[in-house]
Design a binder for this molecule. Sequence first.
Ligand code: ADP
Length: 304
Amino acid sequence: MDYILQTNNLTKKYKSFQALSGLSMNVPKGSIYGFVGKNGAGKTTLIRLICGLQEPTSGDFTLYGIRNDSKDIIKSRRRMGAVVETPSIYLDMTAEENLKQQYLILGLPSFDDVQDLLKLVGLENTGKKKAKNFSLGMKQRLGIAIALAGEPDFLVLDEPVNGLDPQGIVEMRELILKLNRERQITVLISSHILDELSRLATHYGIIDNGHMVKELSAKELDAACRKCVRLEVTNTSALARVLDSMNIEYKIISDTIADVFAKVNVTRLTTALTNENCEVLSMLEKDESLESFYISLVGGGGNA
Ligand code: ADP
């Protein structure tokens, strides 16, 4: 697999406080990588390091295969756009003026793409309106447009939906999906809003107290959190015989409990079980989401 970003044993200390501890993460090319963790877990610190805003205390990382201590890291960073903490926009300028300013800073040869970029982020009709009068969602999207100047193929977004209203969240989600699917941009998103991340992410990295607790793909998460029906019966041997005859996948948990990994026709199942002198005592649908998976790894009590 090709990786855009790989960190190796990355550590960051602020005086004696260790914000990142031997963190290793791998962001596959083409992914939407959800970087999940409570407030204070170390997400922004990691992002600051890869953007070159701070230096690691130890460990290293590669961006497009270039190590952070190589002089060519500057070239790699040109292929990356980031919105870290609050978007860097000029509040007294319009969306168009903000973008043109960024083109000038980057030394881009023409403003030809400015309108396309404004359209891409849904700000093409904001005319003379100054950024200070934008909603938070509009400011965030302008921040993304600025980060996209120079056509990066890796976009890093630090808590992009934080504080957005429901409509702003939907617009942000659609924009991120569009950038990933239509422009093949790899996206790293940090967030503590798990439900929102799970609608987007193709891969996850779960961080807690500066440690990478688990990296996994959305497919692996799905497999780990397969929906199932938990059945409590008087006799799981009889249940196993019946499910085998129906070719249904299951797992026996105890003498009376089994998880069934398929939609079952309840009437057919109970009739077949009655014929085997087995009663159904209870039936419960289990849907372990990202949230419960996360809690099983790092525990509750936080704000993720
Ligand atoms: P997150 O983005 O996951 O909310 P941060 O990376 O912002 O977490 O912070 C991780 C930890 O490092 C927090 O405990 C925070 O207080 C601490 N921290 C962040 N920046 C600094 C700094 N400049 N000086 C001292 N401590 C810091």
